[in-house]
Design a protein around this ligand. Structure first.
Ligand SMILES: CCCCCCCCCCCCCCCCCC(=O)N[C@@H](Cc1ccccc1)C(=O)O
Ligand SMILES: [Zn+2]
Ligand SMILES: [Zn+2]
Length: 462
């Protein structure tokens, strides 16, 4: 948490800096490009149900909208896993370790109901572009390519190499996109200085006792367990019901899980330093958006039982989606869940699970974190708190653990609680101004990446 600069700036750059000012024509073109991206319905329904027609169309679209990116001699473009894209931008100084920018092409489904404008229309209303993907995550994808296109047409040549990885199945696990790109780079012996992905924002109005917005750069993300609970009982005629049925036993078990919060871990994990000063423990756990920051959560997401109205069902099943706080492990959460359920008739089947992700460095020597902080300070001078935090969901970045210890999740966009609800919800939108600022941020960030690794010590202050 600091206001001071952590990296040496322009004196270590060899090329003159390109100012992040864009013509009126360019500003119109960039917002129209985002609208066009929103109009392609790249929806992921499940790992096996992707809109492959839309994903292929999206590949054609970026070729059309960003011609310079695709026709620059020092940029290599590859399609991975049929629909994901990997760009290798070769810098002039191969002694500098490369980094990687991530974004994803796919979006979650968006039924029309409840939207002010159709979710795949990309319509502009009152200065906002509406549609699925405007915050998650076509804004990042388009802003990255747009910033690079604008730099290239001004003859920019990077010193430090970098990669851009655009996954096509993040919303359904990333195993055919990000995971394949990661394996490809590993096979090539690539090691990255750091990775920047989606996963956090400039948070505005989330903490009741903090009026000022603050930039939360997530240095970890929660683990997860998909746990299937199953109760098997003897079936029979519904006219003579037993005292307890599989449905009743299971319902009671999941209700106990829902009603018994996991322990409050406030003060543990990467948020510790910042939160102890920024936040109030009790107020945080009362709010459903901030509660996941302080504990492991348990969401009852699927329930299945019964075969006929007049048959006592043999089996009842439920799925609980846990998101594990960085201060806990899969094994600890399973033990807690067993103690809460406290019924041997309820069988536990772990469908899949992973521990919280390692905590990336955020000290003065951490290049990725310091570059983000430096760029936040210059593009958002009004934001004077930058704090490390935890991402409450999972992102494609978890597939790149083999390539780097520096994984940072941050979108340079203001987020209010209302806009948080629109992510995976209704009326997802971004203001034209916020999108332009995101392009500017990446335009600056890429140039900042060319600085030498010479962190300058700074004072910690709030
Ligand atoms: C200290 C102040 C606390 C304020 C808390 C406010 C939190 C607001 C931050 C909002 C960021 C939310 C962005 C989360 C990105 C998660 C992306 C996502 O939805 N991922 C899926 C991926 C997935 C994983 C596994 C299987 C299928 C899909 C997810 O479910 O996590
Ligand atoms: Zn996303
Ligand atoms: Zn998402």
């Amino acid at each position: 948490v600091s206001r001071s600069k952590g990296l040496r700036g322009t004196e270590s750059q060899r090329e003159p800096r390109i100012p992040s000012q864009f013509s009126q024509e360019q500003r119109i073109a960039m917002k129209e490009a985002l609208k066009g991206a929103i109009q392609i319905p790249t929806v992921s329904f499940s790992p096996k149900e992707l809109n492959t027609t839309a994903l292929a169309e999206f590949g054609e679209y970026i070729r059309k909208v960003f011609p310079t990116v695709f026709h620059t001699s020092f940029i290599q473009h590859e399609v991975v896993g049929n629909y994901s894209h990997l760009f290798t931008i070769k810098g002039s100084d191969l002694s500098m370790q490369p980094y990687m920018l991530l974004a994803h092409i796919d979006v979650v489904p968006a039924p029309d109901k409840g939207w002010d404008v159709p979710p795949f229309s990309g319509l502009e209303r009152d200065g906002f572009i509406y549609g699925r993907g405007t915050l998650d995550n076509k804004n990042s994808l388009m802003a990255i390519l747009q910033a690079l296109e604008l730099l290239l047409i001004r003859n920019y040549i990077p010193r430090r190499s970098f990669f851009i990885a655009l996954g096509h199945d993040e919303e359904v696990s990333g195993i055919n996109g990000a995971q394949k790109i990661s394996a490809l780079l590993q096979a090539r012996g690539v090691q990255l200085a750091f990775v920047v992905d989606e996963g956090s924002f400039i948070l505005d109005g989330f903490l009741p006792n903090l009026k000022k917005p603050f930039a939360m750069v997530s240095v970890s993300e929660k683990g997860a367990i998909n746990l299937m609970l199953q109760v098997n009982m003897t079936p029979g005629h519904s006219s003579a019901p037993p005292k307890e049925t599989s449905i009743g036993i299971l319902a009671a078990a999941v209700s106990r899980l829902e009603q018994t919060p996991m322990p409050n871990m406030f003060g543990s994990g990467p948020l510790r330093m910042a939160l102890e000063q920024l936040a109030n423990e009790v107020l945080m756990e009362r709010n459903y958006v901030t509660n996941p920051m302080v504990r492991t959560t348990a969401a009852l997401t699927m329930f299945n039982a019964g075969i006929k109205e007049n048959v006592i069902p043999p089996v009842a099943e439920a799925i609980i989606n846990f998101r594990i706080h960085p201060a806990q492990t899969v094994q600890e959460v399973l033990k807690l869940a067993k103690d809460i359920v406290a019924d041997d008739r309820v069988q536990f089947h772990v469908l899949d699970a992973f521990d919280p992700l390692p905590i990336s460095p955020s000290d003065d020597q951490a290049l990725g974190y310091q570059l983000l902080r430096q760029t936040i300070q210059s593009v958002f001078p009004e934001v004077n708190i930058v704090a490390p935090g935890t991402c409450i969901g999972n992102t494609d970045s978890r597939h790149y653990l083999n390539l780097t210890t520096g994984i940072y999740r941050f979108n340079p966009v203001y987020l209010q609680p209302q806009s948080f609800s629109s992510i995976h919800g209704i009326n997802e939108k971004i203001s034209v101004e916020a999108y332009e600022t995101q392009v500017k941020f990446i335009f600056e960030f890429i140039q900042n990446g060319d600085t030498d690794v010479e962190p300058v010590p700074h004072l910690h202050e709030l």
